[in-house]
Ligand binder design. Sequence first.
Ligand code: GTP
Ligand code: MG
Ligand code: ZN
Length: 400
Amino acid sequence: MSKKKKVRVELRKNREKPPRENDITRDYNAGDGRADDASSGERVRAKGALSRYRTVVQTDADSGTSMPATDGTACLRGRVLRVHGLASVVETDDGRIFRCAVRRLLKSLATDERSVVTTGDVVWILPTGTGARGEGSGARAASSAPPDSDPSGLAPDAEGVIERVEPRHGVLTRASRRREHVLVANVDQLVIVMSLVEPNLKPHLIDRYLAAAQQGGLNPVLCLNKSDLADAVELQSLIGLYAQLGIPVFLCSARTGFGIERLREQLHGRSTVFSGQSGVGKSSLLNAIQPDLALAVKSVSDVNQKGRHTTTYSQLIKLNFGGWVVDTPGVRQLALWSAQPAEMEGYFPEFRPFVPLCGFPDCTHTHEQSCAVKDAIARRLITSRRYHSYLGLFHGTAEE
Ligand SMILES: Nc1nc2c(ncn2[C@@H]2O[C@H](COP(=O)(O)OP(=O)(O)OP(=O)(O)O)[C@@H](O)[C@H]2O)c(=O)[nH]1
Ligand SMILES: [Mg+2]
Ligand SMILES: [Zn+2]
């Protein structure tokens, strides 16, 4: 059984007539009759100003249950390439590019979730503008945004409205200002990009990414870049640790091309998101993998401007050798979204053999006596570095 959640929706009073009464009926049917107060929830706020609420039931398996009906003949299916504030750039299945607003009802549904539409979403759009033209946008979608053009970087063929967002799978999510921020949807692999130096490797951030990957249903891959600048010998134990956990580790240099062929093979035929701190070389690696992408990378003159992100928005890119990749802006921190402390041990697979041996069945492996996990750390069966990452996540403190 999939979980159901009720969402209280305010239908904003921007229309004279109640919007789409037939939707309510449909919601009622679609929601197993549980759109309880479909009409009884109507309240009149002020004379003449119609203000209505309704509760819709969304299932996790199909959060589209309460989405407006899409007219299969008028709507086009597409994928969100980028989001710029209120506008999303969508490539439809026939290869056209649309600049889309989001239907108001969808926004109402998502008031508590920051990401009603995110990069990678599969959506249904209703074309609104005329002059839909052009075919085959792959090359344009892949090229970087020319300055002073449309902020999307693409000259859209036409305009449209996003009517429906398909249920997501494979998401990279984080907590941002106490809200859920879905960075990317519908990918199957997360490439955690770290650089050996400039900026220095942050093992605790790796562990957070690994937890986020499990949470979002992504296969993690660790990519250690800038191998031309530092000797990786000192990292053998770290590389060994992640390899033991079953995580593929790639040592690369976007500058020299070292390790790039292997990374390219890893992307082939998959949908991948690249994430990591600013300046680790995410965009540089993608340019090395497919040079015609010509993604903007930090130039020498920018190097001293610390904290400045060169990539400023996530974009979904079609790879010419098969596959999709999302280049994202750098992150400073990665706070997990809605993860309960008790869930954290599940993100540390090497704890698993010991957890059943703890003295208390609900042992948190923090302060308890007779904790088999802490014993395993004392016996060096679990590294104390990973245990510290666990403590940081458990207590919800920021990583060092
Ligand atoms: N020496 C060396 N420098 C690299 C390598 N990869 C990237 N760089 C440099 O690192 C800087 C940052 O690279 P970007 O590709 O812009 O980094 P990014 O991760 O995309 O950064 P944001 O877009 O800000 O998140 C640039 O000056 C690159 O030239 C590498 O393998 N070796
Ligand atoms: Mg970048
Ligand atoms: Zn324990």
